[in-house]
Design a protein around this ligand. Structure first.
Ligand code: 2AM
Length: 184
């Protein structure tokens, strides 16, 4: 099974991203846009694991989440990996309190302790919108045209979810395996 931990995007922020995706889908760019369901901010990608490791992963996620309270976040600008001029992954950035990076670090350390190597790249909180199709490019400055297409809405992230990513013919579908309230 393919597992990752993340924060579901909720409240007005979710509606803003859904509306933005709707506009982006109309762009006819060579991009696989994410489905409206399951919009999330990834904190730890565990990858393909055997089902008998689920318990130990759940426990590591529980321990990492302990002591974290609800996080007041806000949508930020559009961006892309590896860079806005050569986008492969298009995303909306998330402005978050320091406690989010602390939670990320705890998940990294907890994951490392059970055999998952840390990312090794700086934490860039974001919600992925789409991935450019292999061998294609986007119009130069294309993303900039959508900078004003959504409100930088706030949202309260109060749940950490361990998702299973299920591959279907219509693309991946995310199912919650464990949902923890952030209540500290
Ligand atoms: P992303 O949004 O930062 O791209 C489910 O597939 C989630 O896991 C995605 O949202 C993605 O995060 C993350 N993910 C997928 N494949 C990954 C990989 N090989 N390395 C790190 N994160 C990955």
């Amino acid at each position: 099974m393919r597992l990752f931990a993340g924060l579901p995007i909720v409240d007005d922020a979710r509606l803003e991203i859904v509306a933005l995706l709707d506009q982006l889908r109309g762009s006819a760019w060579p991009v696989r846009w994410v489905p409206d369901d399951g919009l999330h901010l990834t904190l730890k990608f565990f990858g393909e694991v055997s089902a008998d490791r689920l318990d130990v992963i759940e426990e590591a996620v529980r321990i990492a989440a302990r002591g974290t309270g609800p996080l007041s976040c806000q949508l930020d600008d559009l961006g892309a990996f590896p860079s806005p001029v050569r986008p492969r992954v298009i995303w909306v950035g998330v402005d978050a309190p320091a406690a989010l990076e602390l939670l990320y670090d705890r998940l990294e350390r907890g994951g490392e302790a059970i055999g998952f190597p840390p990312e090794g790249s700086p934490f860039r909180p974001h919600v992925t919108l789409g991935r450019v199709r292999e061998g294609h490019r986007l119009p130069v400055d294309g993303i900039d045209g959508y900078a004003r297409a959504y409100a930088r809405a706030p949202f309260l992230a109060s749940r950490l979810v361990l998702y299973e990513s299920l591959l279907t013919t219509q693309g991946p579908r995310y199912e919650s395996r464990l949902a923890l309230e952030l209540t500290a």
